[in-house]
Design a protein around this ligand. Structure first.
Ligand code: CS2
Ligand code: MG
Length: 408
């Protein structure tokens, strides 16, 4: 039996809602070293909190915090019921916390444990949006003035209430999980397909081609409709068209890929390498967007990105506001170290979050850096967290004009 170098003596789950709900795992070793892991699954937060509290935390006590791979295998294979967003988000939180501890004990930022920096900074893209095209264009201008070199553009589709990606009036950061029961949005594909090319064309018309322009379709088209959109977007030279179709239908991308050269990015709803294996090995996508908090943590994300590198697929990690600052920090450490980095999403977090999560990452001239703090570089203030109790919040549901449910 191998010696326990750094014994885990406590593992607790903190649910807090500074601007939105977050679930955070705290792992403590006998020497008092604390590691943090993000366990937030938007709209299903308490499922992960319970999975951790009832089925994972008790099993961590007495384990060696240094044995990250063994713990990952123990939790993944030991549960028998593999994969899925709840299980893999729980495993991700443990994984992040153990990498945080390992870095703190070594006195090194986690990216140094992953092979060191492969680049000077992490290119990020911001979220420009508007309730109409002029408002969206002004928001793009704001991001460019802030020094962003890549901007995602989303605007409300005329005639559709509650278009994805557009904050409510007064919302500083778009928060889709805004109500105690799912808000019911109305969707019309034809309206969207007529509107999106002109909307994105207006961005190029006003600002030119000197920066990366991205757009999120958010899972809503058929492969043929997505091929039509991709072709209509080709003159606008997008950096990527994101989630054009429901991501789980991997073979559908063979159809889409034949219709357009607009780059494709998929993966934020995936939680394992098996969810994207076909997309990567058949080169059906250009960017893989798996998130450190939903795809098994740093350990599994490195496997996914390693497979992607073999096939010329670059990374484009999910970084929405419902991934906590702990996730953003973990993603930045991986982004800095991987050879096939593409871009990192940065949506930002609603103000009160910075009262709870004390971060070390920095932004300059369009690039983030995770910083030199040992571990992940984020600490959670438990006293501050206690001031923001959990509130039930659900993501919206999309319906077509005939009332049937569509992809949101
Ligand atoms: C979006 C996300 O950021 C994105 O690319 O797809 O905002 C997504 O809608 C949320 O993470 C869902 O919780
Ligand atoms: Mg998305």
């Amino acid at each position: 039996m191998s010696e326990i170098v750094s014994e885990i003596v406590a593992a607790t789950v903190i649910v807090t809602s500074p601007g939105r709900n977050y679930v955070t795992l705290k792992v403590t070793t006998r020497d008092g070293v604390v590691g943090w892991g993000d366990a937030t699954l938007n709209g299903r937060e308490l499922a992960v909190a319970a999975y951790l509290r009832d089925h994972v935390c008790p099993l961590l006590i007495g384990r060696d915090a240094h044995r990250i791979e063994d713990t990952w295998q123990y939790l993944y294979k030991g549960s028998y019921w593999r994969r899925g967003p709840v299980t893999m988000t729980a495993i991700a939180a443990v994984d992040m916390a153990l990498w945080d501890i390992k870095g703190k004990i070594a006195g090194l930022p986690v990216y140094q444990l992953l092979g060191g920096a492969a680049r000077d900074g992490v290119l990020v893209y911001g979220h420009a949006s508007g309730r109409d095209v002029p408002e969206m264009l002004d928001d793009v201008a704001r991001y460019l003035d802030l020094g962003y070199r890549a901007v995602r553009a989303q605007a409300a589709v005329p005639g559709l209430e509650g278009t994805y990606g557009v904050p409510e009036a007064g919302q500083s950061v778009y928060e889709p999980a805004g109500s105690a029961r799912p808000q019911e949005d109305y969707w019309d594909t034809e309206r969207y397909l007529r509107f999106a090319p002109d909307m994105l064309g207006a961005v190029r018309e006003r600002f030119g081609f000197g920066f990366h322009l991205l757009h999120d379709v958010h899972h809503r088209l058929s492969p043929n409709e997505a091929g039509r959109l991709g072709r209509d977007l080709e003159p606008h030279r997008l950096f990527w068209m994101e989630d054009p179709t429901p991501a789980e239908d991997q073979s559908a991308f063979r159809i889409l890929r034949q219709h357009t050269t607009t780059p494709i990015a998929v993966g934020e709803v995936f939680n394992s390498i098996w969810d994207c294996q076909q997309l990567i090995t058949e080169r059906l996508i250009d960017y893989i967007r798996t998130a450190v908090s939903h795809a098994g943590g740093i350990t599994h994300l490195r496997r996914i990105f390693g497979l992607a590198e073999l096939y010329g697929v670059r990374t484009g990690s999910h970084g929405a506001g419902d991934l906590s600052p702990v996730s953003l920090a973990a993603a930045l450490h991986v982004d800095l170290a991987v050879p096939n980095f593409g871009i990192q999403e940065y949506m930002g977090h609603a103000e009160p979050a910075d009262e709870v999560f004390l971060t070390s990452y920095t932004f300059s001239d369009g690039y983030f850096h995770p910083g030199q703090a040992p571990g992940l570089g984020v600490e959670l203030d438990e006293k501050a967290a206690a001031a923001f109790p959990y509130e039930p919040r659900y993501l919206p549901v999309n319906r077509r004009r005939d009332g049937s449910v569509h992809d949101w």
